[in-house]
Unconditional design. Structure first.
Length: 139
């Protein structure tokens, strides 16, 4: 009997091909998400750096001029600085929420991978444990 042409073996090979195609799509989707998240983080970090630099410049200018300013001018400068500080705080919260979103997405991707490929996941965990054990044993 020819086992290569049996219906069971052809079903498994088409299932493996479908699984491979789904794995490639999943990998591409994860790469796209990763690059999008990286670009968003870079834009946010650049904005935050710019705002911090502006705040520093304004504070330096205020410190140099503070002795010669009136109470009204000091109050106005204080209000302007507090507005800039509020903007920085908002940007920092945005970075924190983006980091949380990326962490959650990574956890979901990891869970999906472990559910789809449990033996590979266990093998990777064992290999990592052995590697860490060897590193710690040397010390």
């Amino acid at each position: 009997m020819d086992y290569n042409n049996s219906p069971q073996s052809s079903g498994r090979s088409s299932g493996a091909a479908a699984s491979g195609a789904a794995g490639n799509e999943n990998t591409e989707a994860m790469a796209d998400l990763k690059s999008d998240a990286k670009r968003a983080a870079q834009r946010t970090a650049a904005t935050l750096r710019t705002e911090l630099q502006t705040l520093k410049t304004d504070l330096d200018a205020l410190m140099n001029r503070a002795p010669s300013l009136s109470d009204d001018e000091l109050t106005e400068a204080h209000a302007r600085l507090m507005t800039q500080f509020s903007s920085l705080r908002y940007a920092a919260k945005g970075i924190a929420s983006e980091a949380q979103r990326q962490f959650n997405r990574s956890m979901e991707n990891t869970s999906t991978y472990v559910n789809d490929k449990p033996w590979q996941s266990v093998s990777m965990a064992v290999a990592a444990g052995l590697f860490l054990g060897m590193l710690l044993k040397r010390r």
